[in-house]
Design a protein around this ligand. Structure first.
Ligand SMILES: Cc1cc2nc3c(=O)[nH]c(=O)nc-3n(C[C@H](O)[C@H](O)[C@H](O)COP(=O)(O)OP(=O)(O)OC[C@H]3O[C@@H](n4cnc5c(N)ncnc54)[C@H](O)[C@@H]3O)c2cc1C
Ligand SMILES: NC(=O)c1ccc[n+]([C@@H]2O[C@H](COP(=O)([O-])OP(=O)(O)OC[C@H]3O[C@@H](n4cnc5c(N)ncnc54)[C@H](OP(=O)(O)O)[C@@H]3O)[C@@H](O)[C@H]2O)c1
Length: 496
């Protein structure tokens, strides 16, 4: 089992950073080893406990028999976007949590939640306490549209909206306005489809998921009946994938409302497309142009909710209501494409189109932010400049996941790139490029600093207590879990 060390910060007789620790270690085997081993195992810390953090840890622990890996997470709970991003009606995707839990249970792995790196502890402090620091802190911010009216009530970023229905503490008070009949989602990626599905799904389907009760109550009273997903480019450039499109097409209680003329000329292009794009386009064309069978026609005619894709439309302004107090529509610039395929660029034709709507969701991507002025950051691309995960001009610093390559790619992609980063680090250990001959105190040193700053780290066993309470609350209402929304409540639970 993993070291369960959260009680340590309450013990007397603590050694300070760089000092000699004399604490009893029987309940904390990882710490015991790091203090007594004369061989000084490599002490590595990872910032962020999403897929990138856990897959990096997994690879390091599996391929180095002595490395000690500590994972720092700003929230009291682990797993990043697997908990706060993946749609509640996709529970199978969350099974990766089982693998992450195994990693966290390794004797050589310690989870320290409720610690914001860059605020509660600096990168320099981590570099003093560890031989290597891996930055896996994801893409916490949202891309902005940069158009007038973007801040009006009724306009939400996908990041905030997804955070709201998934119980992200920061977004728990969002209270989106579902009083209008039409919603517009800007962007045509998988996040946009997730949101469309959540807005249109029959409430009885959502009730069985881990969506928050607050979201469930609000969606139960929603008047949204029509959702447009707007793309600035064409059907050959949509960013969503086939499985998610198929799910949307057969969503109970809804019917697609696509414009056949958008697809009529695609036939000539389809045969030359790469296979995944070809299959996706065939499905788009089929859904829009093929006459549905009797059963499907009946299903569609009985559905009271609609969704549709609008192409070649780029947002230019949010239109305010008469009193100017909230969004009442979106003005779109009609575009045409220059170039072909994935690289085609949308250019304005000069025409515009207005869609009246009361809810606008901007789903144009997430964005990483710099964590410290001492870490290089490419603002233009929103990534940490790196070579195979080695941060440029910063020996001992590594990065993985979305902060390494930008905010695209599924969990499997994140796994591969995290393994690559871990492999670079292991090669550096082997070649001597990463020197670990000097002892470093790792988590024990950082805990001292956190204690002095009044920060209470949450251990993995603490998280398991939170997990058990959430599961029990969920079981009472037939859900896999009822997420706790308030970090203070989480901390109170683990203090008991
Ligand atoms: C809405 C949405 C739905 C998705 N659904 C799917 C899906 O169904 N299937 C799929 O395969 N992929 C899905 N993805 C993609 C998948 O979530 C990503 O590939 C993956 O989460 C990226 O991992 P990451 O660890 O880089 O980032 P994250 O998962 O964001 O993890 C980063 C972690 O770092 C923490 N952190 C941030 N700043 C700090 C700090 N200063 N100090 C300490 N910790 C910090 C964060 O709290 C977070 O826990 C989805 C993505 C989104 C946005
Ligand atoms: N079920 C799943 O597997 C799942 C679920 C959710 C997310 N994910 C993954 O998570 C990653 C992030 O998803 P995402 O949907 O946030 O991002 P995404 O796939 O990059 O899609 C972003 C969308 O926003 C559009 N866009 C970007 N900037 C714009 C602008 N200024 N104006 C108008 N439109 C703009 C893009 O159009 P252009 O192409 O024209 O730029 C694109 O349609 C993706 O890799 C996705 O596959 C997976």
């Amino acid at each position: 089992m993993s070291p369960r060390c959260s009680w340590l910060y309450r013990l007397p007789g603590r050694a300070l950073l760089g000092g000699i620790r004399t604490l009893p270690t029987t309940r904390c085997p990882g710490l015991h080893r790091s203090l007594t081993s004369s061989a000084h195992p490599p002490q590595i810390c990872i910032v962020g406990s999403g897929p990138a953090g856990f897959y990096t840890a997994q690879h390091l622990l599996r391929h180095h028999t002595q490395a000690v890996v500590d994972i720092y997470e700003k929230l009291p709970v682990p797993f990043g976007l697997v908990r706060f991003g993946v749609a509640p009606d996709h529970p199978e995707v969350k099974n990766v949590i089982n693998t992450f839990t195994q990693t966290a249970h390794s004797e050589r792995c310690t989870f320290l939640g409720n610690v914001t790196v860059g605020r509660d502890v600096t990168i320099e402090e981590l570099q003093t306490a560890y031989h290597a620091v891996v930055l896996s802190y994801g893409a916490e911010d949202k891309r902005l549209l940069g158009i007038p009216g973007e801040n009006l009530p009724g306009v939400y970023s996908a990041r905030d909206f997804v955070g709201w229905y998934n119980g992200l503490p920061d977004n728990r008070h969002l209270s989106p306005d579902f009083s209008a009949e039409t919603a517009v989602i800007l962007g045509q990626g998988n996040v946009a489809l997730d949101i469309a599905r959540i807005l249109l799904s029959p409430i009885d389907l959502l009730k069985k998921t881990d969506i928050t009760q607050t979201a469930l109550d609000a969606l139960s009273n929603s008047r949204i009946r029509k959702v447009w997903l707007v793309g600035r480019r064409g059907p050959l450039q949509v960013a969503f994938t086939i499985k998610e499109l198929r799910e949307m097409i057969i969503l109970p209680g809804t019917r697609p409302a696509n414009n056949p003329s958008d697809y009529q000329n695609l036939g000539d292009f389809i045969k030359d497309l790469p296979r995944p794009r070809k299959r996706l386009t065939e499905l788009l064309v089929k859904a829009a142009l093929e006459k549905p069978g009797e059963k499907e026609a009946l299903r569609r005619s009985q559905s009271d909710r609609e969704w549709g894709l609008r192409f070649l439309r780029s947002p230019v302004a949010v239109l305010p209501s008469e009193d100017g107090k909230k969004a009442a529509g979106i003005r779109l610039s009609v575009t045409r494409l220059e170039g072909n395929g994935e690289n085609a660029v949308a250019v304005p034709t000069g025409e515009t189109e207005d869609i009246p709507c009361g809810l606008i969701l901007s789903s144009i991507g997430y964005k990483s932010v710099p964590i410290s002025s001492s870490v290089p950051f490419l603002h233009k691309n929103g990534i940490i400049p790196n070579s195979m995960g080695r941060v440029q001009d910063a020996p001992g610093l590594y990065c993985s996941g979305w902060v390494k390559r930008g905010p695209t790619g599924v969990i499997a992609t994140t796994m591969t790139d995290s393994f690559d980063t871990a492999q670079s680090l292991l090669e550096d250990i082997k070649s001597g490029a990463l020197n670990y001959s000097e002892n470093r105190l790792g988590a024990s040193a950082i805990r001292e600093l956190l204690l002095l700053r009044g920060i209470q780290p949450v251990s993995f066993s603490d998280w398991e207590k939170i997990d058990a309470v959430e599961a029990a609350r969920g079981a009472e209402v037939g859900k896999p879990r009822e997420k706790i929304l308030d970090p203070e409540e989480m901390l109170q639970l683990v203090c008991r």
